[in-house]
Design a protein around this ligand. Sequence first.
Ligand code: ADP
Ligand code: ADP
Length: 230
Amino acid sequence: MSASVSNLTKRYGMTLALDDVTLDIPDGEVHALLGHNGAGKSTLIKCLGGGVSPTSGSIELDGQSYDRLSPRESIAAGVAVIYQHLSVVDNLTVAENLFIGQEHTRAGFIRRGLHRERAREALATVGAHGIDPDMKVGALPVGQRQLVEIAKALQRDARLLILDEPTAALSRDEAANLGELVRDLAGRGIAILYVTHLLGEVLTLADAATVMRNGRSVWTARGSDITRES
Ligand code: ADP
Ligand code: ADP
């Protein structure tokens, strides 16, 4: 989907965590977000994910405008945030994690083994054909736990995927695999906000990049302008 924030401001007492931030992420764009600690990246993510209410400004998701989003509204609008600390539940199976809270997780669905087939389909959407749906998530390497969480987001029809330093805990191979998946998801029209401090990731993955500093968006570029000297 297309997502944008307009003139978004967030105050915490005296701190201006977001200061008049405007950002556009069209359909199928991988938009890198950079900035030092304290720049306002987490606050921006949380405004989109529904954990933080902006002080002023607006958020637009597929043409619908919001002053603020609750976590529930954010999910319903198609936003999924994959934090560094993953929200998959370690002592549930892959399939249980994928379908948690959904109608068909009822006993009959599990008993008839339908969940295994559905889980395989869901895992295929992130190229994770090798993951056993009946494995406990806690037994999987971090790269695979992350894929389960992304697959779960896609199950919920996420159209704006927000990835917060997604390769921080990954091996080199896992990171390369994630990079391919990110490009593949963008190719399917999913908008991706990709928080990173790695220039290599910006150059290989991003269609656009924004740098934040002190709550402000201080630089944005698209396409070949990302690498052009200013
Ligand atoms: P990050 O590396 O993601 O920016 P931080 O350590 O800055 O992580 O923040 C971790 C969490 O603490 C975030 O949820 C952030 O909103 C919150 N936080 C950051 N600064 C403060 C603060 N001064 N007072 C209260 N909470 C804060
Ligand atoms: P980043 O993710 O880029 O590190 P944050 O969004 O976490 O930046 O923080 C932006 C600013 O807002 C920082 O000065 C931080 O201390 C402050 N901040 C973040 N969350 C809170 C909070 N819950 N309460 C007070 N201050 C906060």
